[in-house]
Design a protein around this ligand. Structure first.
Ligand code: HEM
Ligand code: HEM
Length: 241
C-alpha cells in the first residue's frame, strides 16, 4: 500500500477501533439508565446511581469522536486530491486549499470547545453551547458539500455521506443539550427518540462504510478500475451481465 492508501484507511480504522467500542458502552449505559428510572425502588439498588452520569460522560466522547472521524472521512478526498494533482489543477488553487484547511481546523477547534464546556444547569452557558454546536455542524456540512466528496446522490437512500452527516448533527445536538436531557423529562424523551434513530444510523454506517471499502480501489489500481461503468456494473472487455 502507498501513502495515499494508508491515509484512506485512517477513517474506517479509527471508526472500527475507537468509535464503535465507545458506542457499545454508551448503548449499554443508556439501557441501564432507562431501566433504573423505570424500575420499582427495591430493584433500583442493583443498578448504580452513577450510571446516568457515566452514560453522559461516554456520550461526550462519542460525539467528539464521531465529529473527528467524519472530518477525517471528508478531509481525505479533498486534501488527497490536492496532493495527487497539485496546486495548478486543484479547483480554486492554493487559495481554496487554505480556506478549506482553515474550515477543517476551525471545525476541530469548535468541537473541542463544545467538549470542554461543562454547564452545570440547563441555564448555564447556553449561548456558547449553541454557538459552538452551530459552528461545528456548519463546518462539517460546508466541507462535506465540496465537489471532491463522493455523496452517492444517485442512491441517496443508502449513502454513507448523508447518513454520516445526519448522525454527526444528531450527536452534536445531544452534546449541546446535555444538561437539558439530564434535567427535563420531555428533553429525555426527545433524546431517546432521536438517538434510537442515531443508533440505526450507526448500524447503517457500518454497512455502507464496509460496502464503500469494497468499491474503492487501491491507488495503483485506480486507472484500470475507474474505466468500469459503476451504474451498469461492467468493466471494459467484459460482456454486459
Ligand atoms: C446512540 C446513542 C445514544 C442513545 C441510544 C441514548 C439513549 C439514552 C437513554 C435511553 C437514556 C435514558 C433516559 C431516561 O433515563 O429516561 C439517555 C440519557 C441521557 N443521555 Fe443518551 N443516548 C445516546 C447518546 C448520548 C450522547 C451522545 C449524549 C451526550 C453527549 C447523551 C446524553 C444523555 C444524558 C445527559 C442523559 C441523561 C442521563 C441522566 O439521567 O443522568 N446520550 N440516553
Ligand atoms: C461512526 C461512524 C461513521 C461516520 C459518522 C462516517 C462518516 C463518513 C463521512 C462523512 C465520509 C465522507 C463522505 C463519503 O465519502 O461517503 C466517510 C467516508 C468513508 N467512510 Fe465512513 N463513517 C463512519 C464509519 C465508517 C466505517 C465503520 C467504515 C468502514 C468499515 C467507513 C468507511 C468509509 C469509507 C471507505 C469512506 C470513503 C467513501 C467514499 O469515498 O466513497 N466509515 N465516512
Amino acid at each position: 500500500m502507498k501513502f495515499l492508501d494508508w491515509w484512506a484507511i485512517l477513517h474506517p480504522a479509527i471508526a472500527v477501533v475507537v468509535i464503535y467500542p465507545i458506542l457499545g458502552v454508551v448503548l449499554r449505559q443508556a439501557w441501564l439508565t432507562r431501566q433504573r428510572r423505570l424500575s420499582p425502588s427495591d430493584a433500583k439498588s442493583k443498578i448504580p446511581v452513577s450510571v446516568g452520569q457515566e452514560h453522559s460522560q461516554a456520550g461526550r466522547w462519542l460525539t467528539t469522536g464521531v465529529v473527528i472521524v467524519s472530518l477525517l472521512g471528508i478531509g481525505y478526498p479533498i486534501f488527497s486530491k490536492f496532493v495527487e494533482v497539485g496546486a495548478a489543477e486543484f479547483t480554486g488553487g492554493t487559495a481554496r486549499l487554505v480556506a478549506l484547511i482553515l474550515a477543517w481546523v476551525g471545525s476541530l477547534v469548535a468541537i473541542a470547545t463544545l467538549f470542554l464546556i461543562r454547564p452545570k444547569t440547563p441555564r448555564d452557558l447556553r449561548l456558547p453551547r449553541a454557538l459552538f454546536a452551530i459552528l461545528t455542524g456548519f463546518g462539517v456540512v460546508a466541507l462535506g458539500q465540496q465537489p471532491e466528496v463522493f455523496k452517492r446522490d444517485y442512491e441517496a437512500l443508502v449513502s454513507h455521506y448523508y447518513y454520516g452527516i445526519i448522525l454527526v448533527l444528531l450527536m452534536i445536538f445531544a452534546l449541546a443539550t446535555l444538561p437539558e436531557i439530564q434535567r427535563f423529562p420531555r428533553w429525555r424523551i426527545l433524546h431517546i427518540v432521536l438517538n434510537i434513530a442515531a443508533a440505526a444510523l450507526f448500524l447503517g454506517q457500518g454497512v455502507t462504510g464496509a460496502r464503500d471499502l469494497l468499491e474503492i480501489p487501491l491507488s495503483w489500481q485506480k486507472p484500470t478500475i475507474y474505466q468500469c461503468d459503476f451504474q451498469n456494473l461492467v468493466c471494459p472487455g467484459q460482456p454486459p451481465t
